[in-house]
Structure formats: C-alpha cells, structure tokens
Design a protein around this ligand. Structure first.
Ligand code: CA
Length: 238
C-alpha cells in the first residue's frame, strides 16, 4: 500500500519532538526540515504529499515557503504556528495553505487535520478529472448538467449560488477565505463585498438544508471564510 509522505518544517525542538513522536506512533512516513532553505530543497527532492509548516523559521518566513511551493505543487499545506492573529491565518490561507493549527494544539486535532489533508490528496490523485458528479452526505452535484440535488430532490440555485457551491465542493475540507471566494466568484475582492457574500451564503445554506437530514456541511470561520466539510470518507464518485 502506498504511504503518503509528510514533510515537517519546524525549528522548535519541543514541538518537533511532539510531532515526530505522534507521527511515529501512528506509523506515518515523514521527513524533517529545520529551516526554510532545507525545506525548499526537501520539497523538491522528497516531493511530499502533505506539508506541516511552521511560520516562524530561523532563515525565512513560512509564508515564503507556501508561495514557492504553490508554484509547482498542490499538496496540502497545514500551517502550525504560534501566531493566532486572524490576519496571519488569512494571509497564510490566501497564499495557498489548506489549514491552520494554532500552537499549542491537541494531538487528536493534529491527527484529524492530517487525515483530512491526506484524504484530499488521495482523492485528487485517484479520481480522474473526468469525474463530474460530486456526492457529500445528502448533497449531489452534477457538474456537467449543473443540477444540484438534496436528498434526491432537485434544488434550484441562482447562478451565483451555484458558483459558490461548486467552489466550496471542489475544495471540500479546505477553508476558503472571503478574499479568495470573492475573487473566484465575482472576479474582484473588495472588503465591502463581504456582507453580500454572507447574504448569498445564507440563502444557499437555506436551500441546501431544506429536505436534508445531513448536518450543516458549510462551516463558517468567523473573520476568515467558509469550509465545506466532508460528511463521508469518499466524497467524490464517478
Ligand atoms: Ca518556529
């Protein structure tokens, strides 16, 4: 069986030992880089499936690594940082990080986030681009015909609502920032548009929850953005 490779980029000895022990105990395959320069070299030679990245590195800022890696890799990046500011989170996510854990974090949460990242990586690799039906809980989207079903019933969405839903579904498990969503759906990202985004999201949710027995699948991350959560292990079927 193929084991996903994890690159851990961390200079803090105590945190590094904790991550190392956790990964070893859970039988993960990983490699460690303790500074930014090494991380960039390892990113290329080791070609990891998932990055666990500290932002405060001795020789550079972790966001520079996100920027460089995103130039050629779509592997999930989980930022692990002591910076708890929304601003730092938003910046890292906007640059292409997939998730953000604030130190100190619990082992259980760390492992859960790691599993989500690996699942996303695996589904990306094993599901062909031809796949045009998305299923998650009661929700089903036929990308080709543009028809959305909840619990088998067709749901009528406006073009904007549909675009929002497609964007969220194609990034299941990933927190999408307000800026990112505004840029993708409307082509620009003005902070003044965030309230209208909220309104669209509210009506979209209402439509999706009608007739659904599934729990809320679109999570709000206050001050940051939204995330579609995976309600089943296998959320993409052909
Ligand atoms: Ca550090």
């Amino acid at each position: 069986m193929y084991k996903p490779k994890i690159l851990v980029v961390e200079d803090d000895k105590a945190v590094l030992n904790l991550i190392k022990m956790t990964l070893e105990t859970n039988d993960y395959k990983f490699h460690i880089a303790q500074n930014g320069e090494q991380a960039l070299l390892d990113a290329v030679s080791y070609n990891p499936d998932v990055f666990i990245l500290d932002l405060g590195l001795p020789d550079m800022d972790g966001t520079q690594i996100i920027e460089k890696v995103r130039g050629w890799s779509s592997a999930p990046i989980i930022v692990v940082s002591a910076r708890s500011d929304d601003k730092d989170k938003v910046e890292a996510l906007d640059m292409g990080a997939d998730d953000y854990l604030t130190k100190p974090f619990s082992i259980d949460e760390f492992l859960a986030r790691l599993r989500v990242a690996i699942r996303r990586r695996v589904s990306e690799g094993s599901v062909s681009i031809e796949s045009n039906v998305y299923e998650n809980g009661d929700l089903k989207i036929d990308y080709q015909s543009g028809i959305v079903y909840v619990g088998g019933e067709e749901v009528h969405l406006t073009p904007i609502e549909y675009k929002l839903l497609v964007l969220l579904s194609k990034n299941t498990g990933k927190v999408l920032t307000h800026n990112y969503i505004l840029k993708e759906v409307w082509g620009n990202a003005l902070q003044s548009d965030v309230p209208s985004l909220r309104v669209f999201m509210a009506t979209l949710r209402k439509k999706l929850e009608k007739g659904s027995s599934s729990p809320r699948m679109i999570q709000t991350h206050i001050g940051v953005g939204y995330r579609m959560i995976s309600l089943s292990n296998n959320n993409t079927k052909v």
